[in-house]
Design a protein. Structure first.
Ligand code: ADP
Length: 414
């Protein structure tokens, strides 16, 4: 089956066209036929497209809305000179959507119908910045491909629905959970789930045998404690703001700071919230950039004190979560790094894992150094108690596979 994977944001759209089926899933031989992204939808949009593994081409196009954008990518794919192996829109057999918030209702990927659309709409309250755009993506795909083409929602929150109450209820008056469903949801679930699945595939360990900690370190960052293939705790919370230090998000902080800064700076609650989401983290600490690669360059080229501080706090916070999750899991077999930083930066992995010998975490510097640019592998020292891995995440692949499974009536795997 050829599956269009869509991730629709406020003014952007990312897509892949992936050919997959049971055999491809079992043998890891799915084909990526096309990929690309469109930014600045609503005006003169910037379009980046590539067929298969070809070099991407960039162009601009006047695209008013998501439907225009979906129409554009399909027209490109079926156009003769794209190099993509389809000749008509009818060759697209299903659509898989990344949907950010599935609340407590969606515990796994789900075929989209009227009821599911309404449920995603009801959840807009919890994800006002994301779910409306995901819904527009669903409507656009139906408008362009026809309502007979099955669509599947793959939720960022679903993997974490296995959290026990002790991990998801906040210690505030319980009625706020009952009344408003204020609780930990966690995000990046598709990434943590993919990485966990791939770890088991690479090692041949059975699900029951393993407790692992996955660290998704990208612009957004989160940690997840996984026991027997199930998420049992995760660092993002009611929103993606909680937990690790991120590119522009603060992660954990004393909630009393919100009121205090509001009064001191004359900011509303909403303004403090925006500051914590958009001007904090690596950006706020360094005053230079939210981008880890640039910060590392700044640190080594100019010995910049605040860049170093930002990186040190980022690594220290990640290390604290590793410690906490080893306690939550009562031990750990492996720690797995993913996301742009986790996959590409041996030095950040080394700084996070530093001084944890007592816990059995020991790096092999040579093995660590070569794991970048999409490489997958293990970098703990011979004889170390805890395995250390880098596994590039692939959320689109998991969305395509889940879509295939849901459409074909098979249970999504862990
Ligand atoms: P997103 O969360 O938006 O998908 P990514 O997973 O692509 O983002 O991660 C982006 C982050 O990864 C940026 O901070 C970027 O600097 C960092 N990154 C990418 N390559 C490297 C590298 N070689 N060394 C350090 N950081 C890197």
């Amino acid at each position: 089956m050829k599956i269009l994977v869509l991730n629709v944001g406020s003014s952007s759209l990312k897509f892949q066209l992936i050919a997959t089926d049971k055999n491809a899933i079992d043998t890891n031989s799915d084909h990526r036929l096309a990929r690309g992204q469109i930014e600045r939808i609503g005006g003169e949009a910037i379009v980046t497209l590539s067929a298969g593994n070809a070099e991407p081409t960039r162009t601009t196009a006047s695209l008013r809305n998501n439907a225009d954008a979906v129409e554009y990518i399909i027209a490109w794919m079926i156009g003769g000179d794209s190099g993509v192996d389809i000749t008509s829109a009818a060759d697209i057999n299903a659509v898989g959507h990344r949907v950010v918030h599935g609340g407590e209702r969606f515990k796994q990927s789900t075929r989209i119908d009227g009821n599911v659309r309404r449920a995603i709409e009801d959840l807009i309250e919890l994800a006002p910045l994301h779910n409306p755009h995901n819904l527009r993506g669903i409507a656009a795909a139906a408008a362009v491909l026809g309502t007979h083409v099955p669509q599947v929602a793959v939720f960022d929150t679903a993997f974490h629905q296995s959290l026990p109450e002790t991990a998801y209820v906040y210690a505030i008056p319980y009625q706020f959970y009952r009344r408003y469903k204020v609780r930990r949801y966690g995000f990046h679930g598709t990434s943590h789930r993919y990485v966990s699945y791939r770890y088991h595939q690479l090692t041949g360990r059975t699900l029951e045998q393993t407790r692992i900690i996955t660290l998704h370190l990208g612009n957004g960052a989160s940690a997840c404690a996984i026991s027997a293939g199930h998420s049992v705790d995760t660092s993002m919370g009611f929103t993606p703001l909680e937990g690790l230090v991120m590119g522009t998000r603060s992660g954990d902080l004393d909630p009393a700071i919100v009121e205090y800064l509001g009064v001191k700076e004359g900011m509303s609650g909403g303004e403090v919230d925006a500051m914590l989401n958009k001007q904090s983290g690596l950006l706020g600490l360094s005053g230079v950039t939210a981008d880890m690669r640039e910060l590392l360059a700044e640190e080594s080229a100019n010995n910049d004190r605040r860049s170093r501080l930002a990186i040190d706090i980022f690594c220290y916070r990640a290390r604290k979560y590793i410690g906490a999750y080893i306690a939550a899991l009562n031990g750990v077999e492996a720690i797995v790094f993913a996301g742009g930083i986790g996959e590409n930066s041996p030095s950040i992995r080394e700084r996070i894992c530093r001084n944890m010998d007592w816990l059995g975490i020991q790096i092999d510097a040579d093995r660590n150094a070569i794991l970048k640019d999409g490489a997958e592998g293990r970098f703990d020292r011979d004889g170390a108690r805890v395995e250390l891995w880098t596994i590039p995440t692939d959320e689109e692949l998991l969305i395509a596979r889940d879509t295939w499974r849901v459409v074909n009536g098979e249970e999504p795997h862990l």
